[in-house]
Design a protein around this ligand. Sequence first.
Ligand code: TPP
Ligand code: MG
Length: 557
Amino acid sequence: MITTEHKPHVYDVLAKAFMNEGVRTCFTLMGDANMNWAARLAQQGCRMVYVRHEHNAVAAGMAYARKTGEVGVATVTCGPGVTQLITALPAAVRAHLPMVVFAGESPLRMGWYNQELNQGPIINGTGAAYHQLHLPERMPVAIRDAFLQARCERRPVVLGIPFDLQERPWVGPETLPTPSRELLPRVSPMPPHADDVARAAKLVAGAERIVIFAGLGAVQANAGAACRALAAKVGGLLTTSLPARGLFHHDIYCIGVSGSFSTELGLEYLAQADLVIVVGGSLAYHAGGGGQLWRKAQMLQIDVNPVAVAQGQEVARNHLRADARLGVEALTAALPARANPWRTEAMAERIRTTKPDSQVFDIAPGLLDPRLVVEGLEQALPADWEMVNSGGHCSWFFGQMPSRPNERFLTIREFGAIGNGISFAMGVAAARPERPTVLFDGDGSFIMHIQELETIKRHKLNILIIVINDGAYGSEVHKLRAEQLPETGSVFGYNDFAAIARGFGIEGKTVRNLDELPKLVKEFSERGGAAVWDFHVSDKVTSPTIRRAHPPKQAKA
Ligand SMILES: Cc1ncc(C[n+]2csc(CCOP(=O)(O)OP(=O)(O)O)c2C)c(N)n1
Ligand SMILES: [Mg+2]
Protein backbone atom coordinates (compact mmCIF):
# COMPACT_ATOMS: atom_id res chain seq x y z
CA MET A 1 0.00 0.00 0.00
CA ILE A 2 1.19 3.49 -0.82
CA THR A 3 -0.69 5.68 1.67
CA THR A 4 0.59 4.33 4.95
CA GLU A 5 1.55 7.83 6.06
CA HIS A 6 -0.51 10.96 6.24
CA LYS A 7 -1.03 12.70 2.87
CA PRO A 8 1.97 11.50 0.85
CA HIS A 9 3.54 13.58 -1.88
CA VAL A 10 4.54 12.31 -5.28
CA TYR A 11 8.21 12.06 -4.21
CA ASP A 12 7.22 9.75 -1.33
CA VAL A 13 5.55 7.40 -3.76
CA LEU A 14 8.46 7.61 -6.23
CA ALA A 15 10.87 6.62 -3.45
CA LYS A 16 8.63 3.67 -2.64
CA ALA A 17 8.52 2.71 -6.31
CA PHE A 18 12.34 2.45 -6.28
CA MET A 19 12.30 0.41 -3.06
CA ASN A 20 9.64 -1.81 -4.66
CA GLU A 21 12.20 -2.50 -7.42
CA GLY A 22 14.60 -3.85 -4.79
CA VAL A 23 16.92 -0.83 -4.87
CA ARG A 24 19.08 -0.80 -1.73
CA THR A 25 22.05 1.34 -2.82
CA CYS A 26 21.88 4.69 -4.64
CA PHE A 27 24.87 6.82 -5.69
CA THR A 28 23.74 10.36 -5.14
CA LEU A 29 24.53 14.02 -5.64
CA MET A 30 21.66 16.26 -4.62
CA GLY A 31 20.16 19.46 -5.95
CA ASP A 32 16.70 21.07 -6.04
CA ALA A 33 15.35 18.59 -8.54
CA ASN A 34 16.17 15.33 -6.74
CA MET A 35 16.78 16.12 -3.06
CA ASN A 36 13.24 15.62 -1.80
CA TRP A 37 13.07 12.24 -3.49
CA ALA A 38 16.58 11.28 -2.35
CA ALA A 39 15.81 12.19 1.27
CA ARG A 40 12.67 10.00 1.16
CA LEU A 41 14.59 7.15 -0.43
CA ALA A 42 17.13 7.32 2.41
CA GLN A 43 14.28 7.36 4.96
CA GLN A 44 12.89 4.20 3.37
CA GLY A 45 16.15 2.43 4.23
CA CYS A 46 18.11 2.69 0.98
CA ARG A 47 21.86 3.10 1.50
CA MET A 48 22.89 6.40 -0.06
CA VAL A 49 26.48 6.92 -1.19
CA TYR A 50 26.88 10.70 -1.49
CA VAL A 51 29.58 11.40 -4.08
CA ARG A 52 31.27 14.71 -4.98
CA HIS A 53 30.80 14.79 -8.75
CA GLU A 54 27.80 13.45 -10.69
CA HIS A 55 30.04 11.56 -13.12
CA ASN A 56 31.12 9.40 -10.22
CA ALA A 57 27.54 8.61 -9.20
CA VAL A 58 26.96 6.94 -12.55
CA ALA A 59 30.47 5.45 -12.80
CA ALA A 60 30.22 3.92 -9.30
CA GLY A 61 26.75 2.63 -10.20
CA MET A 62 28.26 0.94 -13.27
CA ALA A 63 30.78 -1.00 -11.21
CA TYR A 64 28.05 -1.83 -8.69
CA ALA A 65 25.86 -3.20 -11.50
CA ARG A 66 28.69 -5.32 -12.91
CA LYS A 67 29.60 -6.75 -9.50
CA THR A 68 26.10 -7.47 -8.22
CA GLY A 69 24.31 -8.37 -11.46
CA GLU A 70 21.65 -5.89 -10.31
CA VAL A 71 20.49 -2.61 -11.84
CA GLY A 72 22.86 0.20 -10.78
CA VAL A 73 21.04 3.25 -9.48
CA ALA A 74 22.21 6.85 -9.35
CA THR A 75 20.55 10.23 -8.95
CA VAL A 76 21.43 13.76 -10.06
CA THR A 77 19.70 17.10 -10.21
CA CYS A 78 18.50 18.70 -13.45
CA GLY A 79 20.56 20.79 -15.90
CA PRO A 80 24.19 20.92 -14.69
CA GLY A 81 23.68 17.68 -12.75
CA VAL A 82 22.68 15.96 -15.99
CA THR A 83 25.40 17.44 -18.20
CA GLN A 84 28.05 15.99 -15.85
CA LEU A 85 26.98 12.47 -16.89
CA ILE A 86 28.04 12.64 -20.51
CA THR A 87 31.37 10.84 -20.13
CA ALA A 88 30.01 8.06 -17.92
CA LEU A 89 26.86 7.10 -19.83
CA PRO A 90 28.50 6.06 -23.14
CA ALA A 91 30.74 3.69 -21.20
CA ALA A 92 27.71 2.14 -19.48
CA VAL A 93 25.95 1.80 -22.84
CA ARG A 94 28.91 0.09 -24.51
CA ALA A 95 29.58 -2.16 -21.53
CA HIS A 96 25.89 -3.24 -21.57
CA LEU A 97 25.33 -2.24 -17.97
CA PRO A 98 21.75 -1.97 -16.73
CA MET A 99 21.20 1.29 -14.85
CA VAL A 100 18.39 3.61 -13.84
CA VAL A 101 19.25 7.24 -13.17
CA PHE A 102 16.72 9.42 -11.37
CA ALA A 103 17.30 12.90 -12.80
CA GLY A 104 15.24 15.93 -12.04
CA GLU A 105 13.79 18.19 -14.68
CA SER A 106 13.12 21.91 -14.40
CA PRO A 107 9.68 22.85 -13.08
CA LEU A 108 6.84 22.91 -15.59
CA ARG A 109 4.92 25.69 -13.88
CA MET A 110 7.58 28.35 -14.50
CA GLY A 111 8.15 30.31 -17.70
CA TRP A 112 11.89 30.56 -16.97
CA TYR A 113 14.30 28.52 -14.91
CA ASN A 114 18.07 28.99 -15.06
CA GLN A 115 18.94 25.27 -15.00
CA GLU A 116 16.44 24.44 -17.77
CA LEU A 117 17.90 22.27 -20.53
CA ASN A 118 16.57 20.02 -23.28
CA GLN A 119 17.98 16.93 -21.55
CA GLY A 120 16.56 14.22 -23.80
CA PRO A 121 18.77 14.77 -26.89
CA ILE A 122 21.89 15.01 -24.72
CA ILE A 123 21.16 11.73 -22.97
CA ASN A 124 20.05 10.01 -26.18
CA GLY A 125 23.31 11.12 -27.79
CA THR A 126 25.16 8.85 -25.37
CA GLY A 127 23.05 5.85 -26.39
CA ALA A 128 21.13 5.80 -23.09
CA ALA A 129 17.33 5.97 -23.02
CA TYR A 130 15.60 9.09 -21.69
CA HIS A 131 12.02 9.19 -20.47
CA GLN A 132 10.16 12.29 -19.36
CA LEU A 133 7.72 11.47 -16.59
CA HIS A 134 5.07 14.20 -16.63
CA LEU A 135 1.97 12.42 -15.34
CA PRO A 136 2.25 11.75 -11.60
CA GLU A 137 -0.38 8.99 -11.41
CA ARG A 138 1.53 6.90 -13.96
CA MET A 139 5.03 7.50 -12.59
CA PRO A 140 5.30 4.29 -10.49
CA VAL A 141 4.48 2.19 -13.57
CA ALA A 142 6.89 4.24 -15.70
CA ILE A 143 9.63 3.64 -13.10
CA ARG A 144 8.93 -0.09 -13.13
CA ASP A 145 9.08 -0.05 -16.93
CA ALA A 146 12.40 1.80 -16.80
CA PHE A 147 13.85 -1.02 -14.66
CA LEU A 148 12.39 -3.56 -17.06
CA GLN A 149 13.97 -1.75 -20.01
CA ALA A 150 17.34 -1.47 -18.25
CA ARG A 151 17.31 -5.21 -17.46
CA CYS A 152 16.12 -6.37 -20.90
CA GLU A 153 18.16 -3.99 -23.06
CA ARG A 154 21.10 -3.92 -20.66
CA ARG A 155 21.69 -0.19 -20.89
CA PRO A 156 21.15 2.92 -18.77
CA VAL A 157 17.73 4.54 -18.61
CA VAL A 158 17.52 8.14 -17.38
CA LEU A 159 14.25 9.42 -15.92
CA GLY A 160 13.54 13.16 -16.12
CA ILE A 161 10.96 14.20 -13.54
CA PRO A 162 10.07 17.90 -13.10
CA PHE A 163 10.51 18.76 -9.46
CA ASP A 164 7.30 20.74 -9.12
CA LEU A 165 5.40 17.59 -10.08
CA GLN A 166 7.34 15.65 -7.43
CA GLU A 167 6.09 18.07 -4.78
CA ARG A 168 2.39 17.59 -5.52
CA PRO A 169 0.13 15.61 -3.20
CA TRP A 170 -0.30 12.03 -4.36
CA VAL A 171 -3.67 11.37 -6.00
CA GLY A 172 -2.83 8.17 -7.91
CA PRO A 173 -3.44 4.47 -7.26
CA GLU A 174 -3.12 2.95 -3.80
CA THR A 175 -0.84 0.10 -4.80
CA LEU A 176 2.53 -0.17 -6.51
CA PRO A 177 2.93 -2.10 -9.77
CA THR A 178 4.36 -5.62 -9.98
CA PRO A 179 8.19 -5.25 -9.84
CA SER A 180 10.13 -5.66 -13.08
CA ARG A 181 11.99 -8.71 -11.81
CA GLU A 182 8.73 -10.68 -11.63
CA LEU A 183 7.84 -9.76 -15.21
CA LEU A 184 11.13 -10.70 -16.83
CA PRO A 185 10.69 -13.38 -19.49
CA ARG A 186 11.89 -16.70 -18.04
CA VAL A 187 14.09 -18.11 -20.79
CA SER A 188 16.51 -21.04 -20.65
CA PRO A 189 20.03 -20.95 -22.13
CA MET A 190 19.91 -21.36 -25.91
CA PRO A 191 21.06 -24.84 -27.11
CA PRO A 192 22.96 -25.08 -30.42
CA HIS A 193 21.51 -26.48 -33.66
CA ALA A 194 22.97 -29.88 -34.65
CA ASP A 195 23.95 -28.62 -38.14
CA ASP A 196 25.96 -25.75 -36.63
CA VAL A 197 27.74 -28.17 -34.28
CA ALA A 198 28.61 -30.55 -37.13
CA ARG A 199 30.02 -27.67 -39.23
CA ALA A 200 32.05 -26.34 -36.31
CA ALA A 201 33.38 -29.83 -35.48
CA LYS A 202 34.59 -30.25 -39.07
CA LEU A 203 36.41 -26.93 -38.89
CA VAL A 204 38.06 -27.88 -35.60
CA ALA A 205 39.08 -31.30 -36.96
CA GLY A 206 40.99 -29.58 -39.76
CA ALA A 207 42.91 -27.26 -37.43
CA GLU A 208 46.14 -28.02 -35.59
CA ARG A 209 46.89 -25.01 -33.42
CA ILE A 210 43.76 -23.97 -31.65
CA VAL A 211 43.27 -21.12 -29.20
CA ILE A 212 40.08 -20.84 -27.15
CA PHE A 213 39.39 -17.17 -26.49
CA ALA A 214 36.76 -16.40 -23.82
CA GLY A 215 34.95 -13.08 -23.42
CA LEU A 216 32.66 -11.79 -20.71
CA GLY A 217 29.79 -13.78 -22.27
CA ALA A 218 31.65 -16.97 -21.33
CA VAL A 219 32.01 -15.71 -17.76
CA GLN A 220 28.32 -14.86 -17.53
CA ALA A 221 27.26 -18.20 -19.04
CA ASN A 222 29.52 -20.04 -16.60
CA ALA A 223 31.43 -21.59 -19.50
CA GLY A 224 34.92 -21.57 -17.96
CA ALA A 225 35.12 -25.28 -17.18
CA ALA A 226 33.60 -26.20 -20.57
CA CYS A 227 36.22 -24.07 -22.37
CA ARG A 228 39.03 -25.74 -20.44
CA ALA A 229 37.65 -29.17 -21.31
CA LEU A 230 37.48 -28.20 -25.01
CA ALA A 231 41.05 -26.87 -24.92
CA ALA A 232 42.22 -30.11 -23.28
CA LYS A 233 40.45 -32.25 -25.88
CA VAL A 234 41.87 -30.37 -28.88
CA GLY A 235 45.27 -29.88 -27.23
CA GLY A 236 44.98 -26.11 -27.57
CA LEU A 237 45.64 -23.00 -25.52
CA LEU A 238 43.38 -20.72 -23.52
CA THR A 239 43.12 -16.94 -23.46
CA THR A 240 40.59 -14.24 -22.53
CA SER A 241 39.59 -10.69 -23.30
CA LEU A 242 40.68 -8.11 -20.72
CA PRO A 243 37.29 -7.96 -18.90
CA ALA A 244 37.24 -11.79 -18.72
CA ARG A 245 40.82 -12.05 -17.50
CA GLY A 246 41.27 -14.54 -14.69
CA LEU A 247 38.64 -16.98 -16.01
CA PHE A 248 41.42 -19.53 -16.64
CA HIS A 249 44.00 -18.12 -14.24
CA HIS A 250 44.73 -21.52 -12.71
CA ASP A 251 45.07 -23.40 -16.03
CA ILE A 252 48.68 -24.08 -16.96
CA TYR A 253 47.84 -23.64 -20.65
CA CYS A 254 46.39 -20.15 -20.27
CA ILE A 255 48.45 -17.50 -22.09
CA GLY A 256 46.78 -14.57 -20.32
CA VAL A 257 44.88 -11.77 -22.01
CA SER A 258 44.80 -11.45 -25.79
CA GLY A 259 44.79 -8.11 -27.52
CA SER A 260 46.41 -4.91 -26.35
CA PHE A 261 47.40 -6.66 -23.11
CA SER A 262 49.05 -9.75 -24.60
CA THR A 263 52.34 -10.90 -23.13
CA GLU A 264 55.40 -11.54 -25.31
CA LEU A 265 54.77 -15.25 -25.18
CA GLY A 266 51.06 -14.80 -25.82
CA LEU A 267 51.86 -12.90 -29.02
CA GLU A 268 54.19 -15.66 -30.14
CA TYR A 269 51.56 -18.38 -29.71
CA LEU A 270 48.68 -16.35 -31.13
CA ALA A 271 50.73 -15.74 -34.26
CA GLN A 272 51.02 -19.54 -34.70
CA ALA A 273 47.31 -20.26 -34.22
CA ASP A 274 45.37 -21.62 -37.20
CA LEU A 275 41.97 -21.51 -35.46
CA VAL A 276 40.68 -19.16 -32.78
CA ILE A 277 37.42 -20.21 -31.14
CA VAL A 278 35.85 -17.13 -29.60
CA VAL A 279 33.43 -18.02 -26.82
CA GLY A 280 30.99 -15.38 -25.56
CA GLY A 281 33.02 -12.52 -26.94
CA SER A 282 32.00 -9.67 -29.23
CA LEU A 283 35.39 -9.55 -31.02
CA ALA A 284 36.01 -5.90 -30.28
CA TYR A 285 38.85 -4.28 -32.21
CA HIS A 286 41.31 -4.28 -29.31
CA ALA A 287 40.76 -7.98 -28.55
CA GLY A 288 42.82 -9.19 -31.50
CA GLY A 289 44.61 -6.01 -32.50
CA GLY A 290 42.21 -5.74 -35.44
CA GLY A 291 43.00 -9.39 -36.33
CA GLN A 292 46.74 -8.64 -36.56
CA LEU A 293 47.58 -10.89 -33.61
CA TRP A 294 46.27 -14.08 -35.25
CA ARG A 295 46.86 -13.46 -38.93
CA LYS A 296 46.95 -17.14 -39.90
CA ALA A 297 43.85 -18.16 -37.99
CA GLN A 298 40.36 -18.94 -39.11
CA MET A 299 37.75 -17.67 -36.69
CA LEU A 300 34.86 -19.58 -35.11
CA GLN A 301 32.53 -17.61 -32.87
CA ILE A 302 30.28 -19.34 -30.31
CA ASP A 303 27.76 -16.80 -29.08
CA VAL A 304 24.04 -16.13 -28.72
CA ASN A 305 24.51 -13.15 -31.06
CA PRO A 306 27.07 -14.17 -33.68
CA VAL A 307 28.52 -11.40 -35.82
CA ALA A 308 30.48 -11.22 -39.06
CA VAL A 309 31.64 -7.62 -38.79
CA ALA A 310 32.42 -5.84 -35.52
CA GLN A 311 33.75 -2.34 -34.94
CA GLY A 312 34.46 -1.84 -38.63
CA GLN A 313 36.28 -5.07 -39.42
CA GLU A 314 35.40 -8.55 -40.59
CA VAL A 315 35.86 -10.78 -37.55
CA ALA A 316 34.44 -14.27 -38.07
CA ARG A 317 33.30 -16.40 -40.99
CA ASN A 318 32.25 -19.41 -38.89
CA HIS A 319 29.53 -19.28 -36.27
CA LEU A 320 27.86 -21.54 -33.76
CA ARG A 321 24.83 -19.81 -32.31
CA ALA A 322 24.26 -20.96 -28.75
CA ASP A 323 24.66 -20.16 -25.12
CA ALA A 324 28.43 -20.14 -24.54
CA ARG A 325 28.49 -23.13 -22.20
CA LEU A 326 26.02 -25.28 -24.11
CA GLY A 327 27.70 -24.48 -27.43
CA VAL A 328 31.17 -25.39 -26.18
CA GLU A 329 29.92 -28.58 -24.50
CA ALA A 330 28.15 -29.71 -27.67
CA LEU A 331 31.21 -29.00 -29.79
CA THR A 332 33.48 -30.88 -27.40
CA ALA A 333 31.15 -33.87 -27.40
CA ALA A 334 31.14 -33.94 -31.21
CA LEU A 335 34.95 -34.07 -31.50
CA PRO A 336 37.04 -37.24 -31.62
CA ALA A 337 40.09 -37.46 -29.34
CA ARG A 338 43.16 -36.22 -31.19
CA ALA A 339 46.62 -37.70 -31.34
CA ASN A 340 48.93 -34.70 -31.73
CA PRO A 341 48.07 -31.92 -29.39
CA TRP A 342 49.76 -28.55 -29.93
CA ARG A 343 50.23 -28.14 -26.21
CA THR A 344 53.14 -29.83 -24.48
CA GLU A 345 54.51 -29.87 -20.97
CA ALA A 346 57.43 -27.78 -22.16
CA MET A 347 54.96 -25.15 -23.32
CA ALA A 348 53.27 -25.08 -19.92
CA GLU A 349 56.66 -24.62 -18.32
CA ARG A 350 57.47 -21.72 -20.64
CA ILE A 351 54.11 -20.11 -19.86
CA ARG A 352 54.74 -20.48 -16.14
CA THR A 353 58.26 -19.11 -16.11
CA THR A 354 58.37 -16.42 -18.82
CA LYS A 355 57.93 -12.79 -17.72
CA PRO A 356 55.24 -10.86 -19.55
CA ASP A 357 57.83 -8.50 -21.03
CA SER A 358 61.61 -8.92 -21.18
CA GLN A 359 62.67 -5.51 -22.51
CA VAL A 360 65.46 -3.79 -20.56
CA PHE A 361 65.15 -0.08 -19.73
CA ASP A 362 67.46 2.51 -18.28
CA ILE A 363 65.80 3.48 -14.99
CA ALA A 364 67.03 6.50 -13.04
CA PRO A 365 68.03 5.91 -9.39
CA GLY A 366 65.19 6.43 -6.93
CA LEU A 367 62.51 5.42 -9.45
CA LEU A 368 60.80 2.05 -9.73
CA ASP A 369 60.13 -0.27 -12.65
CA PRO A 370 56.29 -0.55 -12.85
CA ARG A 371 56.66 -4.22 -13.82
CA LEU A 372 58.43 -4.97 -10.54
CA VAL A 373 55.84 -2.97 -8.59
CA VAL A 374 53.11 -5.18 -10.05
CA GLU A 375 55.13 -8.35 -9.44
CA GLY A 376 55.63 -7.34 -5.81
CA LEU A 377 51.94 -6.57 -5.34
CA GLU A 378 50.94 -9.80 -7.07
CA GLN A 379 52.87 -11.67 -4.41
CA ALA A 380 51.91 -9.52 -1.43
CA LEU A 381 48.17 -8.94 -1.96
CA PRO A 382 45.78 -11.71 -0.84
CA ALA A 383 44.22 -13.46 -3.85
CA ASP A 384 40.68 -12.93 -2.62
CA TRP A 385 40.80 -9.11 -2.51
CA GLU A 386 38.84 -7.28 -5.18
CA MET A 387 40.94 -5.76 -7.98
CA VAL A 388 39.95 -2.78 -10.10
CA ASN A 389 41.97 -2.00 -13.20
CA SER A 390 41.64 1.59 -14.40
CA GLY A 391 43.07 2.91 -17.69
CA GLY A 392 46.11 4.65 -19.13
CA HIS A 393 49.43 3.25 -20.26
CA CYS A 394 50.16 1.72 -16.84
CA SER A 395 47.12 -0.54 -17.04
CA TRP A 396 49.15 -2.88 -19.26
CA PHE A 397 51.36 -3.66 -16.26
CA PHE A 398 48.65 -4.34 -13.73
CA GLY A 399 46.62 -6.30 -16.29
CA GLN A 400 49.32 -8.94 -15.88
CA MET A 401 48.58 -10.32 -12.41
CA PRO A 402 48.07 -13.96 -13.37
CA SER A 403 46.93 -15.30 -10.01
CA ARG A 404 43.80 -13.15 -9.75
CA PRO A 405 40.51 -14.91 -10.47
CA ASN A 406 37.94 -13.23 -12.70
CA GLU A 407 35.31 -12.97 -9.97
CA ARG A 408 37.66 -10.66 -8.07
CA PHE A 409 38.55 -8.47 -11.06
CA LEU A 410 36.80 -5.53 -12.68
CA THR A 411 37.60 -3.34 -15.63
CA ILE A 412 35.20 -1.25 -17.71
CA ARG A 413 37.03 0.45 -20.56
CA GLU A 414 34.61 0.40 -23.44
CA PHE A 415 34.64 4.21 -23.86
CA GLY A 416 38.38 4.56 -23.26
CA ALA A 417 38.04 7.36 -20.71
CA ILE A 418 40.53 7.89 -17.91
CA GLY A 419 39.41 9.17 -14.49
CA ASN A 420 37.00 6.35 -13.71
CA GLY A 421 39.13 4.15 -11.48
CA ILE A 422 38.21 5.79 -8.19
CA SER A 423 34.46 5.55 -8.91
CA PHE A 424 34.72 1.95 -10.05
CA ALA A 425 36.55 1.14 -6.81
CA MET A 426 33.77 2.84 -4.81
CA GLY A 427 31.13 0.83 -6.67
CA VAL A 428 32.98 -2.42 -6.04
CA ALA A 429 33.57 -1.55 -2.37
CA ALA A 430 29.86 -0.80 -1.96
CA ALA A 431 28.96 -4.10 -3.63
CA ARG A 432 31.57 -6.22 -1.83
CA PRO A 433 32.09 -4.64 1.61
CA GLU A 434 33.19 -7.96 3.11
CA ARG A 435 36.73 -7.69 1.71
CA PRO A 436 39.14 -4.93 0.64
CA THR A 437 39.07 -3.45 -2.86
CA VAL A 438 42.38 -2.60 -4.52
CA LEU A 439 42.40 0.07 -7.22
CA PHE A 440 45.27 0.28 -9.69
CA ASP A 441 45.35 3.71 -11.28
CA GLY A 442 47.67 6.08 -13.11
CA ASP A 443 48.52 9.47 -11.63
CA GLY A 444 46.74 11.35 -14.42
CA SER A 445 43.58 9.29 -14.14
CA PHE A 446 43.58 9.44 -10.33
CA ILE A 447 43.92 13.22 -10.13
CA MET A 448 40.98 13.70 -12.50
CA HIS A 449 38.47 12.77 -9.76
CA ILE A 450 40.70 12.81 -6.68
CA GLN A 451 37.99 14.66 -4.71
CA GLU A 452 36.26 11.31 -4.22
CA LEU A 453 38.85 10.50 -1.54
CA GLU A 454 36.53 12.56 0.62
CA THR A 455 33.62 10.25 -0.23
CA ILE A 456 35.75 7.18 0.47
CA LYS A 457 36.77 8.58 3.86
CA ARG A 458 33.26 9.68 4.86
CA HIS A 459 31.63 6.40 3.86
CA LYS A 460 34.46 4.41 5.45
CA LEU A 461 35.02 2.41 2.26
CA ASN A 462 37.71 -0.25 2.49
CA ILE A 463 39.82 0.71 -0.53
CA LEU A 464 43.56 0.52 -1.16
CA ILE A 465 44.60 2.81 -4.00
CA ILE A 466 47.79 1.94 -5.85
CA VAL A 467 49.01 4.88 -7.92
CA ILE A 468 51.46 3.99 -10.67
CA ASN A 469 52.88 7.50 -10.74
CA ASP A 470 55.13 8.28 -13.70
CA GLY A 471 54.57 12.01 -13.24
CA ALA A 472 52.98 12.09 -16.67
CA TYR A 473 50.25 11.14 -19.07
CA GLY A 474 52.24 8.06 -20.01
CA SER A 475 50.12 7.17 -23.01
CA GLU A 476 50.78 10.59 -24.48
CA VAL A 477 54.41 11.01 -23.50
CA HIS A 478 55.46 7.72 -25.09
CA LYS A 479 53.63 8.53 -28.32
CA LEU A 480 55.01 12.09 -28.41
CA ARG A 481 58.52 10.76 -27.91
CA ALA A 482 58.06 8.19 -30.67
CA GLU A 483 56.93 11.04 -32.94
CA GLN A 484 59.88 13.16 -31.77
CA LEU A 485 57.51 15.87 -30.62
CA PRO A 486 57.93 18.03 -27.49
CA GLU A 487 56.64 16.45 -24.27
CA THR A 488 55.03 19.68 -23.08
CA GLY A 489 51.55 19.11 -21.66
CA SER A 490 52.15 15.44 -21.00
CA VAL A 491 54.81 15.58 -18.27
CA PHE A 492 53.81 17.13 -14.94
CA GLY A 493 56.28 15.88 -12.35
CA TYR A 494 55.60 13.65 -9.37
CA ASN A 495 52.67 14.91 -7.31
CA ASP A 496 52.83 13.88 -3.67
CA PHE A 497 49.70 11.73 -3.52
CA ALA A 498 50.56 10.46 -0.04
CA ALA A 499 50.34 14.01 1.33
CA ILE A 500 47.15 14.70 -0.65
CA ALA A 501 45.59 11.55 0.81
CA ARG A 502 46.51 12.63 4.33
CA GLY A 503 44.87 15.97 3.59
CA PHE A 504 41.63 14.05 3.08
CA GLY A 505 42.19 12.17 6.33
CA ILE A 506 43.29 9.00 4.57
CA GLU A 507 46.48 7.07 5.18
CA GLY A 508 49.06 7.97 2.51
CA LYS A 509 52.42 6.42 1.74
CA THR A 510 55.12 6.86 -0.87
CA VAL A 511 56.45 3.35 -1.39
CA ARG A 512 60.09 3.31 -2.44
CA ASN A 513 61.17 -0.12 -1.21
CA LEU A 514 59.22 -3.05 -2.66
CA ASP A 515 60.55 -5.40 0.03
CA GLU A 516 58.25 -3.58 2.47
CA LEU A 517 55.10 -4.65 0.61
CA PRO A 518 54.22 -7.76 2.67
CA LYS A 519 54.49 -5.71 5.87
CA LEU A 520 52.45 -2.84 4.42
CA VAL A 521 49.74 -5.19 3.19
CA LYS A 522 49.52 -6.81 6.61
CA GLU A 523 49.21 -3.43 8.33
CA PHE A 524 46.55 -2.25 5.89
CA SER A 525 44.64 -5.46 6.29
CA GLU A 526 44.61 -5.10 10.09
CA ARG A 527 43.76 -1.39 10.06
CA GLY A 528 40.99 -1.47 7.43
CA GLY A 529 39.67 1.78 5.98
CA ALA A 530 41.37 3.40 3.01
CA ALA A 531 44.93 4.14 1.95
CA VAL A 532 46.79 5.62 -0.99
CA TRP A 533 50.15 4.10 -1.90
CA ASP A 534 52.11 6.21 -4.33
CA PHE A 535 54.75 4.40 -6.42
CA HIS A 536 57.08 6.73 -8.29
CA VAL A 537 57.90 4.79 -11.45
CA SER A 538 60.16 5.56 -14.37
CA ASP A 539 58.53 7.11 -17.42
CA LYS A 540 61.13 5.32 -19.55
CA VAL A 541 59.42 1.92 -19.26
CA THR A 542 57.09 1.54 -22.24
CA SER A 543 54.57 -1.27 -22.57
CA PRO A 544 54.92 -3.74 -25.47
CA THR A 545 51.66 -2.42 -26.92
CA ILE A 546 52.98 1.12 -27.19
CA ARG A 547 56.26 -0.18 -28.60
CA ARG A 548 54.36 -2.13 -31.26
CA ALA A 549 51.90 0.60 -32.17
CA HIS A 550 54.34 3.52 -31.97
CA PRO A 551 57.83 2.45 -32.93
CA PRO A 552 60.29 5.34 -32.70
CA LYS A 553 60.53 7.35 -35.91
CA GLN A 554 63.97 7.57 -37.45
CA ALA A 555 65.51 10.99 -36.96
CA LYS A 556 65.62 12.91 -40.25
CA ALA A 557 69.10 12.99 -41.78
C1 TPP B 1 38.61 11.58 -20.19
C2 TPP B 1 39.86 11.33 -21.01
N1 TPP B 1 40.69 12.36 -21.28
C3 TPP B 1 41.84 12.16 -21.96
C4 TPP B 1 42.17 10.92 -22.40
C5 TPP B 1 43.48 10.68 -23.15
N2 TPP B 1 44.38 9.89 -22.32
C6 TPP B 1 44.50 8.55 -22.46
S1 TPP B 1 45.59 7.87 -21.41
C7 TPP B 1 45.95 9.38 -20.74
C8 TPP B 1 47.00 9.49 -19.68
C9 TPP B 1 46.63 8.85 -18.41
O1 TPP B 1 47.62 9.14 -17.49
P1 TPP B 1 47.85 8.25 -16.22
O2 TPP B 1 46.55 7.97 -15.56
O3 TPP B 1 48.89 8.88 -15.41
O4 TPP B 1 48.33 6.85 -16.79
P2 TPP B 1 49.68 6.61 -17.63
O5 TPP B 1 49.27 6.64 -19.07
O6 TPP B 1 50.62 7.71 -17.28
O7 TPP B 1 50.17 5.29 -17.19
C10 TPP B 1 45.20 10.38 -21.33
C11 TPP B 1 45.30 11.82 -20.98
C12 TPP B 1 41.26 9.87 -22.13
N3 TPP B 1 41.48 8.63 -22.53
N4 TPP B 1 40.14 10.11 -21.41
MG1 MG C 1 50.89 8.64 -15.47
